[in-house]
Design a protein. Structure first.
Length: 136
């Protein structure tokens, strides 16, 4: 199946942070992202979540990811926040509640083909007893 998505990642860059380290936090989870620098923030775009999906499988947090994806869904778009410090280490850690003082990575995914549910099943398949199940 062909997936057509636009992934946009924004990250605040505080005056106490090194801009390159914030960029590394983004590319550690989304290595194909093109990062652009803007005053006070970085904006990155890519068209794949394959590496991110691999990290979700490795960390065995597929159910958590599905919950985060569907919690802030609007039409063909879903959004979620990630802890910047964990991302710098290459670890997926969803941010919930109040944002951290350094700010979080905000990820916005727009699915053009096929649809949000099918794409989420591809990135973070449903599980049974902690193991991914085939939904096709």
């Amino acid at each position: 199946m062909i997936y057509r998505v636009d992934v946009q990642i924004t990250a605040p860059v505080n005056h106490t942070e090194v801009r390159d380290r914030v960029a590394d936090a983004i590319t550690n989870l989304f290595p194909e992202a093109e990062v652009q620098s803007h005053p006070g923030e970085l904006l990155a775009t890519c068209h794949s979540m394959d590496h991110f999906s691999e990290r979700l499988h490795e960390q065995a947090i597929l159910d958590t990811a599905r919950g985060a994806f569907f919690a802030d869904r609007e039409g063909d778009t879903f959004s979620f926040d990630l802890k910047k410090q964990a991302a710098f280490q290459g670890i997926v850690n969803f941010a919930v509640g109040d944002g951290s003082e350094l700010g979080d990575l905000h990820v916005r995914v727009t699915v053009h083909e096929p649809d949000v549910e099918t794409f989420v099943d591809h990135v973070a398949p449903p599980t049974e007893d902690g193991r991914p199940i085939d939904v096709s």
